[in-house]
Design a protein around this ligand. Sequence first.
Ligand SMILES: [Zn+2]
Length: 172
Amino acid sequence: MGSKFVDFAVYVALLIVLLGLINMTFNLHRFAFIGEFLILLVLMLIALIVVVGMRNEFAWSWKLLKVFFALAFLDMLLVYLLSPSMPGMFLAFLFAAVAGFFIALFNVSPKKEAAQVKKTYKPGKYIASSTGTKFHAPKCYWAKKVKKENAVWFNSKEDAKKMGYKADDCVK
Ligand SMILES: [Zn+2]
């Protein structure tokens, strides 16, 4: 699934869910209407933040998206219990909320992988920690334990040794 398509599917689901909730809200009686209208405003605000987050490709926007669809789902159930009208439309809106939730759920993993690829980017042949005494091949277990902010990279064993580091067993 291409990212553009996923984004589009999410926007469609967001729109259907919001329109559905608006439609359901305006079928409510006065007292329930005021309460539901406030919930609707909050959901719209969350949706707006999600869309802005997605446009800027922030990782948190997908987490917030899951929250949005989960809340929308619960809210729809609530509204339906308050005013059980038009079960067909209600089910369609509910389906959009569930579909949106699962799109958000499954889209989180590929984005995480992309972030990990960036983390293993190697700006040198050997790595040491500024707080440690040994230098390692990047594949070494200990190399992966080196914190990003402490990482020191070398292009040769000689460079590392000059800086006072000793070769770990992982360095051939
Ligand atoms: Zn090592």
